[in-house]
Design a protein around this ligand. Structure first.
Ligand code: PGA
Length: 238
């Protein structure tokens, strides 16, 4: 039977993923591990800089990053949509405004990820593109901690909408309607060019490509309406 064949897939799968991927990779692993009970998975979660170090040291089978590595010969294939949004406290005065210019966002107290974070790199590029500097109020080494700090009223930030996964109904956070947002990008699965992938790693790759997007959507909680109403009006959100 199919189940017997699936049971024959044995071995280990080592993954290293950037911190934002912790919001969807574990949920993708659920059905995968059920289907292949004899595959042992280890999951390293750290920031982009450290994931790139591990990629060049060949520490794992596969890596998950937002954008492909800049200075390393790698295979990088997209498997899941992402969107970066501007998050503010739910009661922020800008939460009722439409088409907020980025200059206005640059004046708000901004919560910035640590050096080495891919989120930080992307945020810095966005501001650089418009010759702006964010008004960094605090550096925080975790997107989850930034989200909580926003809810606590410390400032605003730009984060992947995946940090809102399983958030449920909340009036503590608002997505601001900023010109040029949401910024769309893709999550990529990455490995060194020429690396011989194990059967197990290839099985996981095929699973990501064929079912990744669908399972990520099916297992996530829809975003509360007050968070995304303007996005729906604009063009729909993944
Ligand atoms: P980070 O990863 O945890 O390094 O910020 C997310 C990203 O690459 O955007």
């Amino acid at each position: 039977t199919v189940a017997d064949l699936q049971g024959l897939k044995k071995g280990s799968l080592r993954l290293a993923v950037v911190t934002t991927a912790k919001y969807f990779v574990p949920r993708l692993l659920g059905p995968f591990c059920q289907r292949y009970p004899n595959i042992d998975v280890s999951l390293k979660v750290t920031n982009r800089g450290r994931v790139l170090e591990r990629l060049s040291a060949n520490s794992e089978d596969l890596y998950i990053l937002a954008s492909p590595p800049e200075n390393f010969e790698a295979e990088a294939q997209p498997f899941l949509a992402d969107a970066l949004v501007v998050l503010a406290p739910g009661d922020h005065p800008l939460s009722h405004q439409r088409n907020i210019p980025l200059e206005r966002i640059a004046r708000e107290p901004f919560l910035m990820r640590e050096v080495g974070s891919g989120t930080r790199q992307t945020v810095q590029r966005i501001f650089d593109k418009y010759n702006l500097q964010p008004n960094v109020k605090m550096q925080i080494g975790s997107s989850e901690a930034i989200k909580q700090a926003i809810a606590g009223g410390l400032g605003i930030s730009i984060l992947s909408h995946h940090v809102l996964a399983l958030e449920g109904g909340t009036d503590k956070l608002a997505i601001l309607d900023v010109v040029g947002f949401p910024i769309r990008r893709q999550w990529h699965v990455v490995y060194a060019k020429g690396k011989a992938l194990s059967v197990v790693a290839r099985t996981f790759l095929e699973y990501l490509f064929s079912e990744g997007q669908q399972i990520a959507e099916r297992t996530s909680t829809p975003m509360p309406e007050q968070l995304y109403s303007y996005l729906l009006a604009a063009e729909g959100v993944e």
